[in-house]
Design a protein around this ligand. Structure first.
Ligand code: FMN
Length: 366
């Protein structure tokens, strides 16, 4: 079978894989994992202000779509947020830095949504230290509505090639309030090389690649049964699964056509990038990581409102031995001495893409 590059969308790196193949409308309808996307339409349908806020919090961006959050609502006017340690990523995130950033994204969406219900949501971070809850959220009457709320249903991590359109000076000026923005030819070229080299390092190292492949959900039934991880769905990919081209085994075999086509598609996508956004912090405490997550989702909501696409590319920021040279380069390019680069992402103009799966809120309540 010949694979079309335009149709075969990357299988590696997290998030939705979008199938754009030709298929009958009826088949397309039957292949959509509606159940896995239901939490997006359930957001905002809760009376309790905490559940209202949480129904948006669970839509936050998060590493590998692990959704590493659990909440306890047993104390009134309070949400105790735990990191679900069963959702760890020991290979690509050995110190849980990205998972804590993900919890920061969750907290900020909770805060913004709480304000919509006239609630002032404030946080105590890790009040009992590293082994206790990641945060206690206090809900009190008040709060100021945040215009970023309106962007939540449309926010995505856009894992697609971007057009050649560059960011305007005024767009850059706006985004600089949210992140470090890099647009010069030299910076963009350096960051393209970095993200591509780092992606190859992760993909060609079996333990990290296997961690991703183990999180892949192949087709609608698997996606609905486990609405997290890396969802490979849609009629085109499902037909490739039936043909045996796309499978768990093929994704782990660098010699397979499916693997090699994924590499080519990722190369094209990572290079189709007109600008980058990054977040750094002077320390690298758990509080710094939560704050980085809160800042990242604000950037993502802002880019959504501006019609821009944002795509985290985290490989070079990961803390394992095989990544060390790229980690060093990332810090040379983006950080001042002593700083940690917490997030790096591609920014530009991208296509509209589907929502990613989520576990329903009810399954995340302890
Ligand atoms: C800390 C963090 C790291 C991420 N790293 C990557 C990455 O390296 N590559 C990627 O494609 N997506 C990355 N993402 C995006 C997630 O895959 C995405 O948020 C998740 O699949 C849910 O999709 P959504 O953001 O479109 O709702 C990252 C997100 C976060 C919060």
């Amino acid at each position: 079978m010949t694979l079309s590059r335009r149709k075969f969308i990357s299988l590696i790196g997290g998030g939705t894989v979008l199938a754009a193949g030709a298929a009958s409308a009826a088949f397309l309808t039957t292949r959509t994992p509606h159940d896995a996307r239901a939490p997006w339409s359930q957001a905002g349908t809760y009376e309790d202000p905490r559940k209202f806020a949480l129904s948006y919090a669970i839509l936050a961006p998060n590493a590998h779509n692990r959704q590493p959050w659990l909440v306890d609502l047993r104390t009134s006017d309070q949400v105790t947020v735990w990191r679900d340690t069963e959702r760890d990523l020991p290979q690509t995130d050995p110190f849980h830095r990205q998972l804590v950033i993900s919890l920061g994204c969750f907290l900020e969406q909770m805060r913004i949504a709480g304000a919509e219900r006239d609630m002032d949501v404030t946080f105590d971070y890790f009040p009992q230290g590293e082994d206790g809850p990641a945060a206690i959220a206090h809900f009190a009457p008040g709060g100021t509505k945040d215009p970023l709320f309106a962007a939540m249903p449309d926010r995505r991590s856009c894992k697609e090639p971007f057009t050649e359109q560059t960011l305007s000076d005024s767009d850059v000026a706006t985004l600089q309030d949210y992140a470090i923005i890099r647009t010069s030819d030299t910076d963009v070229a350096d960051l393209k090389s970095l993200t591509w080299d780092a992606w190859l390092a992760e993909t060609n190292y079996h333990p990290t690649m296997k961690e991703s492949v183990d999180l892949m959900r192949f087709g609608k039934a698997e996606i609905n049964a486990n609405p997290d991880g890396i969802d490979l769905g849609g009629p085109f990919l499902e037909s490739l699964m039936l043909a045996g081209v796309v499978s768990r085994e093929a994704q782990l075999d660098p010699k397979s056509r499916g693997f090699q086509e994924g590499v080519r598609i990722y190369e094209e996508m990572l290079h189709a990038t007109p600008a980058y956004a990054a977040l750094t912090s002077m320390g690298n405490t758990r509080a710094d990581q939560l704050d980085a997550g809160r800042a990242w989702v604000r950037l993502n909501l802002k880019t959504t409102q501006m019609g821009l696409a944002l795509h985290p590319v985290s490989q070079a920021l990961q803390e394992y031995e095989q990544m060390a040279p790229h980690y060093l380069t990332a810090h040379e390019l983006l950080a001042k001495p002593g700083e940690t680069v917490q997030m790096l992402g591609r920014v530009g103009y991208g296509p509209t893409i589907p929502k990613t799966p989520r576990w329903p809120l009810e399954t995340r309540i302890i």
